[in-house]
Write a protein that binds this ligand. Structure first.
Ligand code: NOJ
Length: 544
């Protein structure tokens, strides 16, 4: 799977914003890489308060991205190459400019009122806030806003411009199922479902406790009817088509993950779990992390899938800082190590655009350079309110901001990295002089060349896809070593997760025989006593 963030992928008409024709033009790159399915981040009509995750019209293509004809052409071109397309289903909320909400806010008797969630404010002297309860929004402040003074409050887990839909209303669910059919009938093969665990709300809206306020997402992801609705969606829509679904499982605890993905339950096919990619994060701050904790997460995740579930494997997406900086050390060697891990864990890999060439975080120096609503609201709430010094927030934001993943795709060393002939909507990383598709395609030692080889190996090696996963050395602080075994086909993956060389002695009974792939320059690295001499960030896959 390959995730395209259309705004930042390729601009075909020089307006500085990526578009669908830009994607169609670059399908060779995806095919050469070995991509078989594309996940397209939202391409729908939107006022872009949250870059398309605020949809105004689910059946219209965003004008900046092109037309429905462009969409059909892109889809046909993908199919011709044997690729499938899944699109983003953002139905926890709409834009406040969606016609349903424009109607709903006209008043309590409007037929669309109940498409959204409204509650009266708390009245009385001495209360801290008159919002119906203390739910916070992910983008700062309360999750409740009044459409106008004196009116009830509507719920929005995200921005003020992203009102949450009322899934308890059967009409809302029918509208959503219809729009899903609209796109499936066009030939898309499924959906990545945005914050799908949040769709069901506790209608009593009790205040969160102090503990719950540490992780409101866990409460939001545990509504009373979420599983009923997902089963209904499968019955009424998904089961009628040949589809694949992946849910964004924000707030889903390890024990609850399988409830979404166990195939015997008839809900989703896979979910994204974020503990791995978030390991070095504490909100907007970075934090120290240790390899054994990361390894423990992957083992638990693997066990939780059981025999009738399946996982995803990913190191980045449009909401995360670049993997090479967050989990690696910014070096191409660390990008290759991470690629090896992502492509050999037991789960369907989702590769985020640009990671295949080792794109890094942007060297931000000023808050004015950021576009993301999350970054701008955070600055407002923390710095402009006087809580945190600018010199404290800016360097952390530079490391953790979502905009790091959204700078334009680097195609060439030329102007604007070959992304656009105009002025790019977000700055292009200056390292495009060396980190770009054209240069890396010509260099057998590049990150891109390694991704191509690693993907080819994975696709021709069933044991690396389906084989049982076993961490052979969970406590080792520097090396991640695991086996993938399917009958007689036995593989060992060894990754030096650090910039320091290490002499690594494998646990007894684990014997590598031949190297299937390695990031090392020379493969003759087995020392006589069975110790592997691993270079910084070296990753190797061996046949056993
Ligand atoms: C998750 C999406 O990935 C993110 O980009 C967006 O801001 C929120 N959901 C709200 O839709």
């Amino acid at each position: 799977m390959y995730q395209i963030y259309p705004r930042s992928f390729a601009d075909s008409n020089g307006d500085g914003v990526g578009d669908l024709n830009g994607i169609t033009r670059h399908l060779d790159h995806l095919q050469r890489l070995g991509v078989t399915v594309v996940w397209l981040s939202p391409h729908f009509d939107s006022p872009n308060a949250d870059n398309g995750y605020d949809i105004r019209d689910y059946r219209k293509v965003l004008a900046q991205f092109g037309t429905m004809t462009d969409f059909d052409r892109m889809l046909a071109a993908m199919k011709k190459r044997g690729m499938r397309l899944i699109i983003d289903l953002v139905v926890n909320h709409t834009s406040d400019e969606h016609r349903w909400f424009v109607e709903a806010k006209k008043g309590a008797s409007n037929p669309y009122r109940d498409y959204y969630i409204w509650r009266p404010g708390k009245a009385g002297a001495g209360i801290a806030s008159s919002a119906p309860n203390n739910y916070p929004s992910f983008f700062g402040g309360s999750a409740w806003t009044q459409a106008r003074p004196g009116d009830d409050y509507y719920l929005h887990y995200f921005a003020v411009k992203q009102p949450d839909l009322n899934w308890d209303n059967r009409k809302v669910r029918s509208e959503i199922y219809d729009l899903m059919r609209f796109w499936l009938d066009k030939g898309v093969s499924g959906f990545r479902m945005d914050v799908i665990p949040f769709i069901s709300k506790d209608p009593a809206f009790p205040d969160l406790t102090t503990d719950q306020l540490q992780h409101p997402d866990r409460v939001y992801a545990d509504g009373p009817r979420v599983h009923d609705y997902l089963k209904e969606m499968r019955r009424e829509v998904l089961s009628k088509y040949d589809t694949m679904t992946v849910g964004e499982a924000v707030g889903v605890t390890p024990e609850k993950g399988p409830l979404f993905t166990d195939q015997t339950r008839g809900e989703l096919d896979m979910i994204f779990r974020f503990e791995g990619v978030n390991i070095g994060r504490d909100g907007w701050r970075t934090k120290a992390w240790s390899l054994p904790v990361l390894k423990r997460f992957y083992t638990d995740l693997d066990i939780s899938a059981g025999t009738s579930g399946w996982n995803t494997s990913f190191i980045g997406n449009h909401d995360k800082a670049r993997a090479i900086d967050a989990l690696g050390d910014g070096s191409p060697a660390s990008a290759k190590a991470l690629a090896t891990m992502m492509l050999t864990l037991r789960g369907t890999p989702f590769l985020y655009q640009g990671d295949e060439i080792g794109m890094t975080n942007y060297p931000w120096t000023d808050i004015g350079q950021f576009d993301d609503i999350a970054a701008r609201n955070l600055w407002r709430d923390q710095v402009l309110s006087g809580k945190v010094a600018p010199a404290e927030l800016l360097p952390e934001l530079a490391k953790t901001s979502r905009d790091n993943a959204r700078t334009p795709m680097q195609w060439t060393a030329g102007t604007a990295a070959g992304f656009t002939t105009g002025k790019p909507w977000l700055p292009v990383n200056p390292n495009h002089a060396t980190v770009n598709v054209a240069a890396e395609a010509a260099d057998p030692g590049s990150v891109l060349a390694y991704y191509r080889r690693m993907l080819a190996l994975r696709q021709t090696t069933p044991a690396l896809i389906y084989g049982a996963f076993h961490d052979v050395d969970p406590a080792h602080p520097q090396v991640f070593a695991y086996t993938r075994i399917m009958g007689a086909n036995r593989y060992l993956v060894v990754i030096n997760f650090s910039a320091r060389p290490v002499g690594y002695t494998l646990p007894a009974g684990i014997t590598p025989r031949a190297v299937a792939i390695t990031t090392a320059v020379s493969t003759g690295t087995t020392l006589p006593n069975g110790t592997l001499a691993l270079a910084p960030w070296q990753a190797s896959v061996y046949r056993m």
